[in-house]
Ligand binder design. Structure first.
Ligand code: LLP
Length: 418
């Protein structure tokens, strides 16, 4: 499943002991495995081979340029949500015709530059946005491809913060309004409505919600066909879940078995936007134990990474496995501890009441499955410098982002006399 394994009681990323990386580059440190990254991309690619979908990796999951470049070189397109992500996509060498752009709040500037670049499609989330893209495309005298993001109103059975396909969510357009738009498409002279898009949520571990959404969309496509409206693309979004704890998510194969027949039936070109599935288990966050602390009711392991480095536990109460980089057995008698960071918030934790082998100050811990929504959600809160990132390929190690400096923290500030 991933290339982080113990060899001779030391945790390795592919051919490199992660402890040596911690010593060389310092901590907190993100470590990625190239083989795991590309391996997951290839798993999806081969599971869906019969329909050869365009896989547009979702940049928001991990937007490091080297990660993007590696995926683009492997044939991936990119799913973006901002002008900043478009900038990264271009810097990573992604052909514009492999870029799709979703977001409920695209600005005029972001729309303009995307049109200039000639991206494959805007995934449009409201009628107001549709009118705006039509207007801006008109200024350029261009006809641009758009897909309507449908909100299919299905329950993805995931955390409420990462559910996106219910009518109570801000995303997408309901079927009735989408139908109205498509029937009135002559009003949008500068748009070519070439597809439909759905993205129902994230960390979805079963195929059923996808099946429900795709069935709804398929009957909508059929209804349109009967009215003489033909489409070219169906974009099924991302959302495939991974193993963090005891989840038993579907494999790419199982997922494909369930939805391939439905997708084939549409006769459309399929786009998918996986983020977490590709990069989630390809990264860890390495951190050093600073102090052990006991209160009358609890034991704390204080580490040098914080919620500014990995916010998922604080934000979603998310579970991440924690492994010592030197294997220490954890007998039944193992004590339960809270693993916490140095930040001035009680939400600054990586594990609560977790049975961990007894570690000492100076030991290193690996927070697992941190490749997706780890660094990309990191902040400078508490004026902490963002971590360095390295990627391992076999026995080779590449620094792909330097640790921020103190100067980086204040670079854009302007000190005025008040
Ligand atoms: N496409 C669209 C339109 C999306 O909004 C997203 C994620 C994806 C694709 C990729 O989803 P994935 O395959 O990675 O599940 N920060 C949260 C996850 C937020 C997901 C936002 N949208 C977390 O850490 O769990």
């Amino acid at each position: 499943m991933h290339e982080f394994k113990y060899k001779n009681n030391r945790l390795y990323c592919e051919g490199v002991s992660v402890e040596t990386l911690a010593k060389k580059f310092g901590t907190p440190l993100y470590v990625y495995s190239y083989a795991t990254l590309i391996g997951h991309y290839n798993k999806l690619k081969s599971a869906f081979k019969p329909i050869e979908p365009l896989i547009c990796y979702s940049v928001k999951a991990n937007s490091n340029l080297s990660i993007l470049k590696a995926l683009v070189s492997a044939g991936s397109g990119l799913d973006i949500v901002s002008g900043g992500e478009l900038f990264r996509a271009i810097k990573a060498g992604c052909p514009a015709k492999r870029i799709v752009y979703a977001s409920v709040g695209k600005t005029d500037g972001e729309i303009r530059v995307s049109i200039k670049r000639g991206i494959l499609s805007f995934n449009v989330e409201s009628i107001a946005e549709l009118e705006n893209i039509n207007r801006i495309a008109g200024i350029f005298n261009k006809v641009v491809n758009i897909s309507i993001r449908i909100n299919p109103d299905v329950e993805p059975k995931t955390h409420k913060f990462i559910t996106t396909g219910k009518l109570t969510n801000k995303f997408g357009i309901d079927f009735d309004n989408a139908h109205e738009i498509i029937i009135q498409r002559h009003k949008f002279a500068n748009l070519n409505i070439s597809g439909l898009h759905i993205h129902i949520g994230s960390q979805i571990t079963e195929a059923d919600p996808y099946v429900a959404a795709i069935l709804k969309v398929t009957s909508f496509i059929q209804k349109l066909k009967e009215r003489g409206v033909g489409l070219e693309y169906l974009n099924i979004g991302g959302g495939l879940g991974i193993v963090y704890d005891k989840e038993n998510p579907q494999t790419a194969e199982k997922f494909a078995q369930k939805i391939l027949p439905l997708l084939k039936k549409t006769g459309l070109k399929i786009i998918m936007e996986p983020g977490r599935f590709i990069v989630g288990n390809a990264g860890i966050l390495l951190t050093k134990v600073l102090y052990l602390k006991s209160t009358p009711v609890k034991k704390f392991v204080v580490v040098d990474a914080g919620m500014n480095d990995l916010v998922r536990p604080a934000l979603y109460d998310a579970y991440h496995q924690i492994l010592p980089t030197s294997y220490i057995p954890c007998p039944e008698s193992c004590e339960k501890v809270d693993v916490v960071g140095p930040i001035c918030e009680s939400a600054d934790y990586f594990a609560k009441g977790r049975k961990l082998p007894s570690v000492l100050a100076g030991d290193y811990l690996a927070v697992m499955s941190a490749g997706a929504y780890g660094f990309s959600m990191a902040s400078n809160y508490n004026s902490r410098r963002r971590a360095a990132e390295v990627i391992v390929k076999g026995n080779k190690v590449f620094l792909i982002r330097k640790r921020e400096s103190f100067m980086d923290l204040i670079r854009d500030e302007i000190v005025v006399e008040l």
